[in-house]
Ligand binder design. Sequence first.
Ligand code: 13P
Ligand code: SF4
Length: 333
Amino acid sequence: MTRSTAVAVADTAAAFRDEVRALADRRDAVVLAHNYQLPEIQDAAHFVGDSLQLSRIAAQTPQSTIVFCGVHFMAETAKILSPDKTVLIPDARAGCSLADSLTADELREWKAENPGAVVVSYVNTTAAVKAETDICCTSSNAVEVVASIPADTPVLFGPDQFLGAHVRRVLKRDNIKVWGGECHVHAGINGAELADRAAADPEAELYVHPECGCATSALYLAGTGAVPAERVKILSTGDMVKQAASKKSGSVLVATEIGMIHQLRKAAPGVDFRPVNERASCRYMKMITPDKLLRSLRSGTDEVVVDAEIAARARRSVERMIAIGTPGNASSE
Ligand code: 13P
Ligand code: SF4
């Protein structure tokens, strides 16, 4: 990119951010963006973070409107926590393949087959599934949430099979039944690809999201000594940013959705961050575009609505989650 092109790009980004902030002020709105959003959306938002960090902000923010740049279950979680606030998502069609992999009917049936079990659901679920859940969790507190349940109590963990396997492995607990759901983006980052990239870059650290199909391979590589164990980190998106912030140089292979690279480069400009799979892009996250964000702020679309009775039951499981685990700090932009 020539210097004049770079200046023009920076000017456009600054003008977009100013417009977003001015429209948000007029609407008394806070703009939240998940780490997988397009870089220009992340740079315009008031806060950027992982799903737990953004849930916490949504629960505490003083503004009367929350504009959620992320996928639908995240905006729905904000509405569950703040029923009196207006919650907007720039495109309500932004779904999640993982949330689609467990329905409320399927969960009711699973519970009936396992009486006495405590249900732990990842936040990547619909409000109706959260209403059938005892405690929600995210990738950054799943281990702490399950550890808070007495060791002799059986647990049903859903919907993500890779995150469930990670929790079982860390807690060395065999009374956890795991649902077979997956995210199409993370399941597509496979172990063979990770092993090849790690072999080609023997000095690199590996940051692996626990939803990845390659999470098991990363731990296997560490177990065989192919990659020193201290270089393999299984991290939520928010914890990747925290981990990066203390690094000054070197290279990191990142196994998660490619939008993550933007916050990592901002947190550690001297480090070479490279995606394990450049095609790992979530089409739902990318449905939130700058134009749709502006339209949302101007015209109050798309409003997120959750049935009051479902929201009240879902709130209990989300609030139990928020009370457990280490609070992460979303970055304010
Ligand atoms: P985090 O909870 O790590 O932000 O991940 C959310 C998500 O959708 C992963 O695909
Ligand atoms: Fe859902 Fe996967 Fe997209 Fe995350 S990356 S929002 S889990 S489809």
